[in-house]
Design a protein around this ligand. Sequence first.
Ligand SMILES: [Zn+2]
Ligand SMILES: [Zn+2]
Length: 307
Amino acid sequence: MKLIPCWITTSASPFCSWRLTPTQHRITMKEVASAAGPETRPLAPAAHTPMIDSHVHLNHPRLETDLEAVLSRASSAGIEMMLVPGYDLPSSRQAVALAERYPQILAAVGVHPHDAATLDEKALAELRELAARPRVVAIGEIGLDFHRDLSPRQVQTEAFALQIRLAREARLPIIIHQREADRPSRELFQGESAGELGGVWHCFSGDEELADFALAEGFCIGIAGPVTFQNARGLAALAARLPAESLLIETDAPYLSPHPHRGQRNEPARLPLIAESLAALRGGPVDATVRATTANFRRLFLQSRAT
Ligand SMILES: [Zn+2]
Ligand SMILES: [Zn+2]
C-alpha cells in the first residue's frame, strides 16, 4: 500500500499534525530556554545536531536511581530535550514533577493500556488537573495493547476513549501506544475523531497499512530502538520510506535499548544510535534526519496551534 504523506490531507500547513482544531498556546521554545536559567549546564559539543528524545521514562524506577548521571550523559550526547510520558497515575505525577524541576524535560500524563484498570473516576480527575499544568504538552501514553493483554480488552478500550476525550478537553495532542490492536484502535480513533488532536504513534511496530492510516490522520510516527535491530526488516523498510515531516525519534528508555546494547537498560544518551540507523536507512546525513525530527517535535508539542 502506498504511503500517503501526512501533509496531503492538511488544509493549511505542510506539516505533520497541523490538521487540527485551534488549540491554546502551551509553551514555546523560548519559554523552555528561559526556564533553563543561568545554572543550566551548556550542551556538550556533540557529534550531531542537538536532538530530542520524544519518549523516555525518566519517571521509571530503573532510571530514577541514578537520574543525575543519566541526565548528564544525555546532555553530553547532545540530547537537548526529553518528553517523559506517564503510564499510570503515580508515574504521571512524577513526569510532571520532573518537568517542573528540570528545564530540559517536558511531561505527558496518561494511563497505559497495561494499567487501564486503574483509570477510575478519581484517577481521571487527577489526570485532568495534571494536564492543565504548563509543562504538560500531551496526553500519553494511551492506547491498546492486545499483545500482552495485561488489562481486559474492554477496559483498555474504555480507558483509551476516556483519555482521548481528556486530550480534547485539555487541547493537547496524544501519544499512542499500540500493539496488535490495529483494527480496534483505528475504529476507536475514528469514532472519537482523534485525528483532530494531533499526536504520535510511539515506538511504531505496525504495518504499512497502519502507518498509512496514521499519516492520513496527520499523526507522526515514533521510531525507537528496534529500527537498529537486524531482524526488524519491516520496520526498517517503513522507516526508509516515511515522509520526513512525520518522523519522531525516541528511546522509550529504560526499554528497547538499541544495537549494540540490546537487552541492557536503555537511556536517552543512546538516542544518537537510533538517529544514525534511521538516517542510514533513509540514505541521508544524520543531521538532516535530526533536524527534521526536532522540527516535527517542536511543531507537535511546543508551538501554538491557534489560528
Ligand atoms: Zn509504549
Ligand atoms: Zn513508553
